[in-house]
Design a binder for this molecule. Sequence first.
Ligand code: HSE
Length: 438
Amino acid sequence: MKEINIGLLGCGTIGTGVAKILIEKKDLIISRVGASLNLKYAADIDIKKDRGIRFDDGVLVTDAYKVVNDPDIDIVIELIGGEGIAKDLILKAIDNGKQVVTANKALLAGHGNEIFKAAEEKGVDLAFEASVGGCMPIVKSLRESLVGNYIKSITGILNGTCNYILSKITDDGSSFESALKQAQDNGFAEADPALDIEGIDTAHKLAILTSLAYGMEINFKDIYIEGISGITPLDIEFAGQFGYRIKLLAISKNRGNAIEARVHPTMIPSGNLLSRVNGSMNAIAISGDAVGDMMLYGHGAGMMPTAGAVISDTVDLARNLLSGAKKRIPLLSYQSESIRKILVLSVDEISTYYYFRFSAVDHPGVLSKISGVLGKYGISIKSVHQKGRKSEGSVPIVMLTHLAREADVKKAFSEITSLEIVNDKSVLIRIEDENWQE
Ligand code: HSE
């Protein structure tokens, strides 16, 4: 039987899951692939720790360069993560003509254009299903299943940690800190949880998806990013009273010659399927001109769901090697000569609906002052609510707007928050509501 030799770089949580499948499901894989995927090396700085798997002698090594330089290795799987040594090892593996699998979203978002160019020039495949959405086959969907579609929009819950925290606060009344701690204990938060909380991890994933969806270079730096650290239980409660739930969404819309790409907490109607995606689960809604609306739902993080996606990529590349096929599917979904630089619109140029919460002194004329500023910038108010009781001399005034331009909203918001009658704890949350017709 033919053997394909695999070299694994990084044997942490996901790497251990990958090794587990390769070793413990060897027969299943042989029966599906018709060849044996042989885990020749698993490189990690710690080869002493008990991973609960029986590795053959000599498989665990500490020298990752030994793996990428071994002429017998056919496929290198990079699961070290981050933008440091992982980049060097991937470039070395490509240079040595290896097929490469990676789950490294931060690396692809930050250096993907350089890495894909190197793979293109060397004529090797680079697969990255596990970089976005864990077990959900979103890369395969965009690269293969949706090939006959112009993609109109992508809306996703792409970070399990943030979704877990928001769900815990909303449904269980947990505090932000205890929900984050639980997410960390469950093993889906990043080593630096600021990457999760501040929306950066979600933006890494959105940068990869927009490239695949629209045929553009990976463009992380132009994505607008706002995380969930400013979301309070009070706003979650008000959202509920309006029939909304707050989710950290990755939103991308095709605007013809430009796209919108933004990550921010968003109020969505509780009837929207995405609002039902709770806990650490992820989901991605895609709208294509042929398929209409479709959605993927599943575990976006965790050992075995993510390892499953890595194995799917590994098997794809193994099948290519067995059949002699190379670069059957363009790395970034479009032929490299068709990939363009597409403008990512500044967030100031988007139009959406807004939720404002101002803390204002409870005096006559306060509302007219606030609505006067909104009127000055052409922002039309859909509803106003003076909610709850006075605290420390202030009352919360909650407003929902009709469709408004972000640039106008920012100017009005800043002018209102600098009014003497308003204290500095004002909140702005964008709303995406498909039920509102303007
Ligand atoms: N920290 C990420 C999350 C892991 O919480 O979703 C998966 O990319």
